[in-house]
Design a protein around this ligand. Sequence first.
Ligand code: SAM
Ligand code: SF4
Ligand code: SF4
Length: 352
Amino acid sequence: MPKSRAATAAAPFTGNIRPVQDQFGRALRDLRISVTDRCNFRCQYCMPRRIFGSAYPFLEPGELLTFEEIARVAKVFVRAGVGKLRITGGEPLLRPRLPELLQTLAAIEGVEDIALTTNGSLLEKQAPLLRAAGLHRLTVSLDALDGAIFQAMSDTNVPVETVLAGIEAAAAAGFAPIKINVVVKRGLNEPQILPLALNFSRPGFVVRFIEYMDVGNTNGWRLADVVPSAEILETLQQHAPLERLPAKSPGETARRYRFQGGEGELGIIASVTQPFCQNCTRARISADGRLHTCLFSEAGLDLKSRLRDGSSDEALFGLIGSVWSGRSDRYSDLRASVSQSRSKTEMSVLGG
Ligand code: SAM
Ligand code: SF4
Ligand code: SF4
């Protein structure tokens, strides 16, 4: 049963860290920040081109949070217990001057870790700049090594070789381990599971296979298109037996494995068949400056207006605390009983 509302939301802001807990006792530890809703890919599971075409009303620059606003929000979240930030999008590397934002965020007292998720297309040039700006960790999304399958998944003219060169540039710039995110969709990239696992089964890389999710309302998600984690594991085991690795932290979303006697790490994120809502400690700020407490949330809370109406940091802290302490989200636990006609926010706005 949900706990009663935590008192922390109403507590005065003193500048000290005042952790908040939600209705199920989950702490607020991670903040994902989407810095743009635009992308140079049209992955069919995220931004299908028939919807996100040339007439799509993307956000105007003035509708995005400024770097100053993002830094201010991040500081307030740190006071509420957040230690980890992840920059995402859309494609975050399309946001001009991103290293400046990273540098500012890295200097915030209490920020222990900053990660970024990218499609890798612009990484070759930017990797050293991101590293120099203080970015700690990097995740690159890559659904196939085969050029034709990569094109079919990502619907872009960027060749897969560009992404691979970006990954190597990131490794050369000192990012380690680099996580490779693979969304597996039935009938599309299942034959790429093993080649991807083998290619990145080496020191410095972690390949994570992600079950295709029903995020947003435009990707035409069907349960039949989800390749369950059990099947992904079976495919991997056709190559060699897997050994399970212990969780690094209690709230970890991926189950970790390694080929017996091999190097590198494999992970499975079974968001659909084995949801992990009970450990979910993430808040999200969408590209349009709204606070969401679940990947499958609807409208979110308009933080941008509060940032622009003269509200004090103390008022923002109270607002964020009260939203989190009232949170009872567990969409993936309840997926089967939730209506798919709900108006969910798109992944490209919310950030993965
Ligand atoms: N553009 C960047 C990228 O692709 O890495 C960052 C944003 S993207 C929305 C973040 C992550 O969400 C990516 O790893 C992507 O594969 C994943 N993603 C997008 N749509 C998804 C879906 N329907 N199911 C599972 N993962 C999804
Ligand atoms: Fe773009 Fe990332 Fe979405 Fe693909 S998953 S369309 S790269 S935002
Ligand atoms: Fe967290 Fe919502 Fe995903 Fe559950 S469904 S793990 S509450 S983001």
